[in-house]
Design a protein around this ligand. Sequence first.
Ligand code: ATP
Ligand code: MG
Length: 389
Amino acid sequence: MNELIMIKYGELTTKKDNRKFFVKTLTDNIEKMLADENIKIIKNNVRMYIYCEKAGKIIPKLTKVFGIHSIVVAYKVNNNIEDVLKKSLEIMDKNKETFKVVTNRADKTFKTSSMEYSSNLGALILKNSNYKVDVHHPDITLHVEIRTDGTYVYTEEIKGAGGYPVGVQGKGLLMLSGGIDSPVAGYLALKRGVNIECLYFESPPHTSIEAKNKVLTLARILNEYSGKIKVHVVPFTKIQEEIYKNCAPNYMITIMRRMMYRIAEKYAKKINAHAIFNGESIGQVASQTLDSMVCVNNVTNMPVIRPVACFDKLEIIALAEKIGTYETSILPYEDCCTIFVPKHPVIKPTLENCLLNETKLDYEKLIDEAIDNIEVISNFEKPKYEDLL
Ligand code: ATP
Ligand code: MG
């Protein structure tokens, strides 16, 4: 293991009391993501060092781990300035002309100040090469970090995923459909450190196996940012058919969503999740007007977090493309929301009418039955589901 990656932590450095817990969670997450690689991790409260065989192979995986501010391929030498100079000249891009040195001196027992060290090393580089100094717009910024165990030099810094390590905020239950919005909502929740598990409502035979596989594919893509995703599949057919039989057509969607929320809340408590997440966006469709949200939200006391509530569709699409879910989301398979769709769903539902429509439903029993029959999927091997799409 002769290559070294240095990790700079994201926002967690500001959370002093929790720092240890954050760093431990981040380390666990990285170990999980790199389970197939031969690596050795050394960490402290400000930096993590990953020793590996081929940095280029593991960096793409690291760019999906939340809680990382930046990733650096670093070179460690001893604290002797001659050795630092030699390594610096080796790693500086030969095709570039100008440089500056930025020194960070974590080892405060080191006698020279950071400024002095930068100028001493800069002078040595000038003497031993054709580079010129440009402190404002250098082609190369040579970073030098002097620590008690040695000096680390690097020139390239790769942007990390940012956010908090997945898991530091506990668990959330994401209502994951096959659409564009909910995977993006899941990504944003993961980014804040929420350990997401997914709930998918399926209505066979009205919805197909392809529709389910599409959701599982989306979950697999989200799992690249998490490593801990599970999908809980709720059998929703009977509930939808009962709604179809017993409720006014224009209220069918509102009642269906109230049933989804009831199930989500009850099941979230069962799996120890503290909030429900979904991909609702204000005004996107009739069931997502503020009036509709009031009626649907009324069935639960649990926080319902809608990460894309205030995003335009085009903004959501841009994020979906960035995280790699868009291509799958636009595959044309039906969702349980798209069957039994009335011609004119109510845009301004009232709570009173919701309750009236639900009088004929024995919904507690229906909910318990659905929850008892939930299927849990936690293994997202690529060929298994995607070959079927
Ligand atoms: P689209 O991109 O087409 O809007 P969507 O996934 O947002 O897709 P909506 O009908 O707008 O679908 O539903 C709003 C939200 O309700 C979804 O983002 C999702 O969180 C949740 N939802 C809808 N259908 C399902 C389902 N079958 N299983 C789980 N959650 C669902
Ligand atoms: Mg939507």
